[in-house]
Design a protein around this ligand. Sequence first.
Ligand SMILES: CC(=O)CC(=O)O
Length: 659
Amino acid sequence: MTTTSDAVPTADTQMNRFGHFVHERFGVDTSDYDARWSWSVRQPAQFWRAVWEFFDLDALAAEPLGRGDEAVLADDRMPGAVWFPGVRLNYVDQVLRHAALPGAAIVGIDEAGERSEIAWSELPSQVAGLASTLRAHGVGPGDVVAAYLPDIPEAVIAFLATASLGAVWSGCGQDYAPQGAAGRLGQLAPKVLFTAAGYRYNGKVVDKRSDSAELAGLLPNLLAHITIGDADPAPSTIDYAEARAGDPGDLRPLQVPFDRPLWVLFSSGTTGRPKGIVHGHGGVLLEHLKAGALHGDLSSNDVFFWQTALSWMMWNYQVAGLLCGSRIVCYSGSPLYPDADRLWQIVDDERVTYFGTSPGQLQASRKAGLEPGRRHDLNRLRALGSTGSSLAADLFTWVDDHVRSGLPISSISGGTDIVSAFAGGSTGEPVVPGELSVRYLGVALESWSPEARPLVGEVGELVVTAPMPSMPVSFWDDPDGARYRAAYFAHEWESGASNPEKPVWRHGDWVTVTERGSLVIHGRSDATLNRHGIRMGSADIYEVVEALDEIAEAFVLGVDGPDGAYWMPLFVTLVPGATLDDALIGRIAASVRDRLSKRHVPDEVIEAPGIPHTRTGKKLEVPVTAILAGRSEVNIDPKAVDDYALINWYAEQGRAHRW
Ligand SMILES: CC(=O)CC(=O)O
């Protein structure tokens, strides 16, 4: 496989400056990435102290960080690690540090192309004005402020105002119906709700006024409902412009303990009550500076655009651009409207330097025959990020051929749980198609065999063997931590000599750590295809099948039947004009056999009317497999799925299958 960009260890990147700083400060060998990573996981207290010092966080905190490892990591138990016990700070201060920068901090673009800007210089007064209105409505430390909004700049201001008070933020995209949003936000008993009158999507105006009013009615503790963009707001609501014009006074974000909740994110909740995952101010601040500034090299020279939505953790990750002094771009429309070129046009118009997207958008660009590098001026673009699912090798190559040769690609993998990435591309590190270049600093990631043995060059369970500061401080409404432990620490490793002495975080993904230290993610381990003892990752099959021009999307399931029978159907959706005839089925089977193995060839290829996803775009492999297997206890929550009507179609396939 080709290397599309070469390592540049001497370049003036923040990562290299950090390496020099660590070498000087701690006398550590940081000559290459491997050395840095090994030190960061062997000496976590030293590593996170280095991050703290490199970004001069003493300047933000009420008091300087104490000496000794205990001041950084007082207890390394997992779960229950105690990070930075004596520290008081506020996430928002790191954003406001950049307020003297010229130009726009936040740009908003809607689907019709309407554009708005909030300048860095306006940020403090907008945050302070809104914070004072929230305070006037009774919001104080620990209270929850909820948002039902598209990805618009006002959402970022509302979040910063909330966090500045030491209150807790939680956002839900307006693509959720009111009941679905209430199933999440309602758990938190918010005191204030932000909603928008609507947004444009797929060429239509989506009017959300009555849904917003319905949601407000489902939140009994609400003291104020602030509406954005409603020309005719109901008397019981407060207009956002008025709320933002509260007395700005002297903005002093409240200094809070390191682990004070910053926000609550929700798991997809397709089959049970969505879990509220709580992250703290300090953990997110350190993790996002590390990921954004060190790995992504984000700075005030950058325009950072990651296409996302409020219910997806990538919204929170996008806001991290502000922590690094970068301008961020919020886009509230469909990524594919009016056509697949839409996001490339934004990258060009906004002079984006770091563009984050998904395999789906890249695949759609490829299938539409786009040549973004020819059609647009993408010269300022210096990195392309991708997440949501594994980025197949052929899409790396497509970017190299059709966007820009040598453009570093960072396929990242992590999730809501840590509101960041465990691994991905890193500025200056080589990129190999289909791989995540490195394990991120401070992430003790390994691939483990069923007997809890570390593996290199073989597929295993993705585990993290030491705490990270952005692991959840708790789950919401989980006083004894039982739901938290069950989510990550309850895996039963097969008995063997090396059974772990300490609990490890099992993430639920299949991963290979290569000899070079890069990674390949093979899909969810709880959705593993286990054909008569041969285990296969679904992502490997998607990579091959979705590369075929006729296939829009693929969905492979492994269904257990009676008497040890196993059925492995591959469902596909087709691009317009394509037909699933014997020739195409033959080509699918041949590609899977040639590029993977004959064991990976599905039992059947079936054209589907669609593929069900969570609202953050993950294929619903586990619950749909259970439905096909006829397991009656599976109850998929219609509100958590993008197209619930499809579930009946899949159930019908299960009933019709002859074992
Ligand atoms: C960083 C990620 O892992 C994002 C996601 O796929 O949810």
